[in-house]
Write a protein that binds this ligand. Structure first.
Ligand SMILES: Cc1cc2nc3c(=O)[nH]c(=O)nc-3n(C[C@H](O)[C@H](O)[C@H](O)COP(=O)(O)OP(=O)(O)OC[C@H]3O[C@@H](n4cnc5c(N)ncnc54)[C@H](O)[C@@H]3O)c2cc1C
Length: 236
């Protein structure tokens, strides 16, 4: 996905890239997790599970974020940002406050959910909390058996509860999900009841790759995967 464009291209398309939403309200669920409610014309956006919107974070840079909640009738969209303080996007969204205006581009991407499968397993980190929030009502309305696994920094461990998520387990972000042996020891990898489940793996690229490798040797169900960020790489 494109994360930056030359300034002249931005200038050329200035009219289409100009602010199209306003910040209605912001709240911090921890020092690193910020939820922002935007209002604007989202009528043409397609919020398929797994799709992300491209948001403008500087004159030339764009980053992908997921709608945690949307309501087309009220023209509102909520996004949950990981304020990791290491990038232009993180800094930009940390600074946004009520009444600020910004640009949210179209949503597109990879579908990560098959509603016809009863058991649904989800893995992610801080960047995946929005997707988990979008999925929860579908999991409940479609009567799935579901469980969420999150690898989170210590200061964010209470955020899933604050967001109203259910059936989740929080693991410390200590590198365990990059270690095949440790992933193999997880309860989800020990049970035989979830072999044909749908697996949705998101978040850090290395964690997603390790988890996927382990699951591929074990399960018969479909594994949907999408890395959201990678150390040293700008704007996946
Ligand atoms: C489909 C998709 C959906 C996404 N949805 C969300 C979402 O809803 N909420 C959300 O917060 N993020 C989401 N992301 C991840 C987000 O786009 C990236 O984290 C992005 O790199 C942040 O941009 P930045 O400008 O802050 O950092 P960048 O300029 O891209 O990166 C600068 C440095 O920061 C590091 N970095 C980037 N992200 C993180 C992180 N999360 N933790 C620690 N270090 C990091 C990079 O490795 C790099 O070294 C999504 C990504 C994709 C592909």
């Amino acid at each position: 996905m494109i994360s930056s464009i030359p300034k002249w291209v931005g200038d050329l398309f200035e009219s289409t890239l100009r602010p199209n939403v306003k910040v209605l309200e912001t709240s911090y669920l921890s020092s690193q997790i910020k939820k922002i409610r935007f209002q604007g014309d989202i009528s043409k956006m397609n919020f398929e599970i797994g799709y992300a919107n491209v948001l403008r974070v500087s004159e030339t840079e764009y980053r992908n974020y997921t709608a945690a909640y949307y309501n087309k009738a009220k023209a509102i969209i909520d996004i949950i940002f990981h304020i990791h303080t290491n990038g232009v996007g993180s800094e930009y969204f940390d600074s946004l406050k009520a009444d600020d205006e910004t640009f949210i581009g179209p949503s597109r991407g990879k579908k990560l959910y098959n509603p016809s499968i009863e058991n649904q397993f989800f893995f992610g980190d801080e960047t995946s909390l929005g997707l988990a929030c979008a999925l929860l009502p579908l999991m409940k309305n479609n009567h799935h058996q579901f469980q969420f696994y999150f690898e989170l920094d210590e200061e964010n461990k209470n955020v899933p509860k604050l967001l109203g998520l259910e059936n989740f387990t929080v693991f410390p972000k200590d590198g365990s999900f990059r270690n095949e042996k440790k992933v193999n020891e997880l309860p989800i990898c020990k049970t035989t009841d979830w072999l044909s489940a749908n697996y949705i793996l998101t978040g850090n690229v290395k964690s997603v790759q390790t988890f996927r490798k382990v699951l591929k040797h074990k399960v018969t169900g479909r594994i949907f995967h999408q890395g959201y960020w990678l150390e040293g790489k700008k704007g996946l």
